[in-house]
Design a protein around this ligand. Structure first.
Ligand SMILES: CC(C)(COP(=O)(O)OP(=O)(O)OC[C@H]1O[C@@H](n2cnc3c(N)ncnc32)[C@H](O)[C@@H]1OP(=O)(O)O)[C@@H](O)C(=O)NCCC(=O)NCCS
Length: 236
């Protein structure tokens, strides 16, 4: 499962990226994180993340050495389905080669694919490396959290908003794709043009909009425009 080559950023070192496969990888992940992060985490915390969201954990290997890892979760938070990056570490000799960027990119892509609308995390206000890394990836500073860490340091809450494939309110207001009853009659209630003797409907429909990527690609336009779908309908 999940073993692939990295992108160009890591091409100068042969790094393998592996998604979390099971408990036998837990000691590797714990050692890496315990050595590098200021917060202490218990094995229960690790198991909570890794058992429930294994698809959001990746490890970077150089030959047989695990040189980096990311641990995340996702779930409903108030009205938002959101991803959360809990832990990210790359060991010192391997820093500055794009490994963390690749780990974060993989996790947030899986969050996006799972329907997350945003991703958040906290980073120490003094952690220039992490703040620069996440800034490069489009995260912004949403809040400053006073003495957030056990060591007394403040945190920034960072947030990445995913472009939404379409505006849910508009869709609710104008209806979804055209619907017909069993007799082929048009029952969706959209506005229609009847001038050409054929039935062309104009409505807000992401499936017929060229600017909309309903599968949620990263850089696609995310607004909805009025699409002319050209469906033929039963006349009434
Ligand atoms: C933060 C950390 C994960 C970065 O790992 P990394 O693999 O070196 O990061 P990348 O190579 O992907 O860096 C990408 C970009 O982030 C920025 N960056 C990373 N480390 C930086 C540093 N020490 N100082 C300034 N900018 C830095 C740079 O803009 C870099 O791009 P560039 O190399 O093109 O300039 C790593 O330093 C680490 O493990 N630190 C200790 C644990 C930690 O702080 N985790 C984050 C908790 S929120």
């Amino acid at each position: 499962m999940g073993e692939e080559k990295g992108h160009e950023a890591t091409a100068m070192v042969p790094i393998r990226y592996v998604s979390y496969e099971g408990e036998e990888q837990l000691p590797l992940i714990m050692t890496l994180i315990d050595d590098e992060l200021s917060e202490p985490y218990s094995i229960f915390t690790y198991r909570y993340f890794l058992t429930l969201w294994p698809q959001l954990c990746f490890m970077a290997f150089h030959e047989d050495t695990c040189v980096g890892t990311i641990v995340c979760k996702m779930g409903q938070h108030r009205n938002t389905f959101r991803g959360y990056i809990a832990m990210l570490v790359v060991i010192k000799p391997y820093r500055g080669r794009g490994i963390a960027t690749e780990l974060v990119t993989r996790s947030i892509q899986n969050m996006r694919d799972a329907g997350c609308e945003e991703v958040t995390l906290e980073a120490e206000v003094t952690n220039k490396g992490a703040l620069a890394l996440y800034g490069n990836l489009g995260f912004t500073r949403a809040k400053r959290l006073y003495k957030y860490y056990l060591n007394g340091v403040d945190a920034f809450r960072l947030k990445l908003l995913f472009p939404q494939p379409y505006d849910q309110r508009m869709l609710a207001e104008y209806g979804g794709p055209c619907q017909e009853n069993e007799q082929g009659e048009h029952v969706c209630g959209h506005h229609h043009d009847h001038d050409k003797g054929e039935h062309t409907c104009h409505h807000f429909d992401p499936h017929h909009s060229h600017d909309v990527d309903i599968h949620g690609g990263w850089n696609h336009a995310h607004h909805v425009h009025s699409a002319s779908c050209g469906h033929m309908h039963g006349h009434h």
